[in-house]
Ligand binder design. Structure first.
Ligand code: NDP
Length: 595
């Protein structure tokens, strides 16, 4: 195979060896077991700092649709159901308001790293044009509130409420919904959209409970302690020594603001992020004035096509995601270039990956003045092993005299904490405050994880039905569990712009529910044969990225270095999947599931 970027064979081998070495020194025998849940004795880290808890009477009434989750999945489903003419929609969330991840994450510097015109859904329906190319978190949260208002989703909400059980009542043909607030109400339909990265996690650092200073997790930011707001100006940190643990997508947004206000900042890093150019800018009002109806869908479709490897005549977004589509294919589903053999494709992808990562590493040298610090900030892994980062502030922060980068890779992370500080190896760093930017547990909420038990026909638990792997039609519904819908990435296709995928899922569910209403169908439920047929499609098409993931530096993408062997995604990707759903609806697919 020609080598278009002229790496000599020994250079390629040296890069591969370096990547292996860097992965190996980070692999921990305890894998995902190294983390602690923010519950029980660590429950403080998960408390809602934003909305006061209010008592209310439990409900025992009946609704048409219960939507579990007030993030984008739930909001989009609520909106599409309303557009389909549905009444009696009850939205339920553990948070104190709508927004999902944008409700919880309000840390200084928070932005979405996907172009706002394709990420923020229903812009035309709500009549809004984002103010920035990459929107600040508060703008996105306010947009969630605007969607809820626009589609009257506040009419019947249960916030600060966790659904604890769903049981199908065969006689009434309804779900009995129980919650941790004592509710036991009935719903004809239930939509489960409880998200993926929902529960903050903490590193299981010995002595963490002995620390006498202040601590919190980035997804529960304590502005009472730091002062300031999401734009920064954390003035109460003046004179304080602060430690921050974690340099993932969150860490790189937070760290410049901590550095600007703290007297001294220690950044405890285990694996450096790749940090590419951001180039955020305000939306040009003259451009916004030219937008014609349908503009957002056109941009969303264009972005999705390009990032999943498809062809588009023009790249309307043209950013760090659209230019790295080929590299994303290693982790996500999408179109594959069939003109190349698998071996050639793999080789060319690897070369393209080395080139991109060389560029990212060169940027570190350009920006960071101390070569020893620059060396520590360079990522040595394939581009999609970790969530790629973008910032024009982060690397620059390490040129400040009040910032110290403490690399913990040789110790598997922080060694321990004491009453007064953080220990790495045998060096103690005394701090007044520790901020954990240590991420989230993956897929622990909702029906898929079993934290929300579901009993279908004959009392069958959903996870028994799924004992040998998930069984659904198109990822949405299962035989024996009528009128229950799942949103998420199970047995369907994902993309970096997951909100687009959720929007298609919401539209599909609303179309099926509306058709059930039109036909007077009592149940929406696939046959066991339809489930089997879909499982076969998934088996045949699911991308085999086990080898890629196993070679990656550990993180939540690869289950801390132990990737799961079974991939439950639809290989051809979301563009093909969405088309498949449209054809299924148009060509009589509903007959399969409506009874
Ligand atoms: P991550 O899981 O990506 O990062 C956690 C960080 O904590 C890592 O740097 C990790 O190091 C570090 N860490 C964990 N344990 C220890 C330890 N014992 N000692 C030292 N360091 C430790 O969480 P994030 O909150 O950064 O991001 C989670 C996800 O949220 C992202 O992947 C993305 O999907 C989403 N997000 C999206 C944004 C957007 O703009 N769209 C912005 C922010 C987040 P190591 O890597 O070595 O494990």
């Amino acid at each position: 195979m020609p080598n278009p970027h002229r790496y000599r064979p020994e250079e390629l081998e040296a890069l591969r060896a370096r990547y292996r070495l860097e992965r190996d020194r980070r692999i921990r025998p305890d894998g995902a077991g190294q983390y602690r849940r923010a519950a029980g004795e660590y429950g403080y880290y998960a408390k809602d700092p934003y909305t006061p808890f209010t008592e209310r009477q439990p409900k025992t009434d009946r609704v048409e649709v219960a939507v579990i989750g007030g993030g984008f999945g739930g909001l989009l489903t609520g909106a599409r159901l309303r557009q389909a003419g549905l009444d009696g929609i009850r939205m339920i969330d553990e948070a104190g308001d709508f927004g999902g991840t944008w409700y919880w994450n309000r840390y200084p510097g928070i932005h979405c790293d996907i172009d706002a015109t394709v990420y923020m859904p229903l812009l035309e329906e709500v009549g809004y044009v984002p103010q920035w190319r990459y929107a600040p978190g508060e703008e996105i949260r306010q947009h969630c509130v605007a969607i809820a208002n626009r589609f009257s989703l506040y009419d019947d909400t249960m916030f600060h409420t966790r659904v604890t059980d769903l049981t199908w009542d065969e006689t009434a043909g309804e779900w009995l919904v129980s919650t941790d607030r004592g509710d036991r109400f009935r719903a004809r339909y239930v939509v489960a959209s409880s998200g993926t990265l929902t529960s903050p996690k903490l590193p299981g650092i010995p002595g963490i409970e002995q620390f006498r200073g202040h601590t919190f997790h980035t997804s529960r930011w304590d502005y009472g302690y730091t002062g300031g707001d999401q734009n920064g100006d954390l003035h109460r940190l003046a004179g304080k020594r602060v430690g921050v643990v974690g340099t993932g997508a969150t860490g790189i947004q937070v760290i410049p603001h901590l550095a600007a206000s703290a007297e001294q900042l220690y950044v405890f890093q285990r694996t450096p992020s790749s940090v590419d150019v951001r180039g955020n800018r305000r939306t040009d009002p003259a451009w916004a004035a030219t937008l014609q109806p349908g503009w957002q869908q056109e941009r969303m479709d264009n972005f999705l096509t390009i990032v999943t490897g498809g062809h588009a005549d023009a790249d309307l977004i043209d950013d760090g995601w659209t230019s790295t589509a080929r590299l994303q294919r290693q982790m996500l589903t999408g179109t594959v270039d069939q003109s190349l053999s698998a071996g050639d494709r793999e080789y060319l992808d690897e070369i393209a990956d080395f080139r991109k990562m060389d560029e990212i590493r060169a940027r570190v040298d350009e920006v960071v003045t101390d070569p020893a610090v620059a060396a520590l900030l360079k990522p040595w892994y394939r581009y999609m092993c970790k969530r790629p980062g973008f910032s024009d502030l982060y690397l620059q922060t390490f040129n400040r005299p009040n910032v110290t980068l403490v690399d913990t890779a040789d110790f598997g992370g922080i060694t321990r904490m004491t009453a007064t500080g953080v220990v790495v190896g045998d060096i103690e760093y005394e701090v007044d405050c520790v901020v954990f930017a240590t991420g989230f547990e993956v897929g622990v909420s909702g029906v898929v994880s079993g934290t929300l038990p579901v009993h279908g026909r004959g009392g069958l638990p959903l996870l028994h039905h799924w004992a040998r792997g998930p069984r659904t039609l198109h990822g949405f519904y299962s035989h024996g569990f009528p009128n229950l819908f799942h949103l998420g990435s199970l047995q369907n296709a994902a993309s970096v712009n997951f909100v687009h995928v959720l929007q298609e899922q919401a539209g599909h569910i609303a179309a099926v529910v509306a058709e059930a209403g039109k036909r007077g169908a009592r149940w929406i439920e696939p046959t066991a044969e339809a489930e089997q047929a879909w499982a076969a499609v998934i088996r045949e098409t699911a991308p085999d990225n086990y080898r890629f993931q196993a070679a990656c530096t550990p993180g939540y993408y690869n289950n801390e270095g132990r990737p799961r062997e079974v991939n439950n995604s639809f290989g051809p990707g979301p563009v093909v999947f969405h088309d498949l759903l449209r054809r299924w609806r148009d060509e009589g697919g509903m007959d399969e599931v409506l009874r």
